[in-house]
Design a protein. Structure first.
Length: 314
């Protein structure tokens, strides 16, 4: 007689159709890549649910079942290199326009609220979802919303590896001014600003601290074993903030509010990353005034003039 524990375990079991499971499993295997009949037999034998009574005839029957369901699968001949090739299948995911809009909004929300490494996870998820639909228009629309699409993932993962921090590496970089360059840098931190990933580094070629757009780093040629220190170049900037930017101001960790008035703030910033700080100032529009130093005020004025000239020449 069965014990109560045995009866309880029996009630928890989930019963499945092994034929149906095997058919779906073979479809999954062929979606991944083309396979020989021997490869499919071995993979079915290694699966805990399909490992019994597996033979080449079992595989042939399963392939014929998939063909009957509408799958276009090659035969085993010289043309297919004696592999089953899945050319097409009828099992596609269909999205309504409102569902596509929801996915686009979901991705935008992820960009606004997630760290760059989590955004990469979202990208992978979206790639898997779009692979299930054959609607080219929807696929192109979702692909157009992908962030970091131009970044070499292999380069990014190497730069993000803690083991290369403060290491000297040789990179191939596509400069907007000088074209393709090869130079050495000391790797610093990765930052995420305005939808772009940047690498803080010391650039030996220009003997200065730089902020490189990671999508322009095309290759890491070599990594040196020895750690080296980046010499920090920092300076202070005082500026006044007013208008809408004053009302919506969010303090950065390198900033200190030294005076608070009814309609404005006087802020001191310790600037280490000049590129990011200039971008921050430009986002304030006409709602700020540089108090000191004069050298930074002149540099910012020249930057704005260059931007204006670019629009006039366009």
């Amino acid at each position: 007689m069965e014990s109560k524990a045995q009866q309880k375990d029996e009630s928890k079991k989930t019963w499945i159709s092994l034929t149906g499971y095997r058919t779906l499993y073979v479809l999954k295997l062929l979606l991944e890549k083309s396979r020989t009949i021997d490869e499919l037999v071995e993979l079915l034998k290694s699966n805990p649910y399909t490992n019994k009574s597996v033979s080449k005839d079992t595989v042939r029957i399963t392939i014929n079942t998939l063909r009957a369901a509408g799958c276009d699968i090659s035969g085993l001949d010289k043309k297919s290199n004696f592999k089953y090739i899945l050319y097409s299948h009828p099992f596609v995911l269909e999205f309504t326009d409102s569902e596509i809009d929801a996915l686009v909004k979901l991705r935008k929300n992820a960009i606004d609220n997630l760290s760059w490494d989590k955004i990469l996870v979202v990208n992978d998820l979206f790639d898997k979802v779009t692979a299930l639909t054959k609607n080219e228009e929807q696929i192109n629309l979702l692909d157009s919303t992908k962030i970091f699409s131009d970044i070499n993932k292999d380069v990014l993962y190497k730069l993000a590896n803690p083991s290369v921090m403060n290491k000297r590496i040789t990179i191939k970089y596509l400069s907007p001014k000088h074209g393709e360059e090869v130079f050495d840098i000391i790797v610093g931190k990765i930052s995420f600003t305005e939808g772009k990933l940047y690498l803080s580094c010391f650039n030996y070629k220009y003997d200065s601290k730089s902020l490189l757009n990671i999508e322009r780093i095309k290759e890491i040629i070599s990594i040196h074993l020895k750690e080296e220190k980046i010499q920090k170049y920092v300076y202070e900037v005082e500026y006044e903030l007013f208008g809408d930017s004053f009302l919506n101001y969010e303090q950065e960790e390198y900033e200190t509010i030294i005076e608070r008035n009814n309609n404005s703030l006087i802020i001191k910033a310790i600037v280490e990353n000049e590129f990011s700080f200039v971008q921050r100032m430009l986002l304030f529009g006409a709602d700020f005034k540089i108090i000191s130093p004069d050298s930074f005020r002149e540099k910012l004025v020249n930057k704005i003039k260059l931007i204006q000239r670019g629009y006039e020449d366009a």
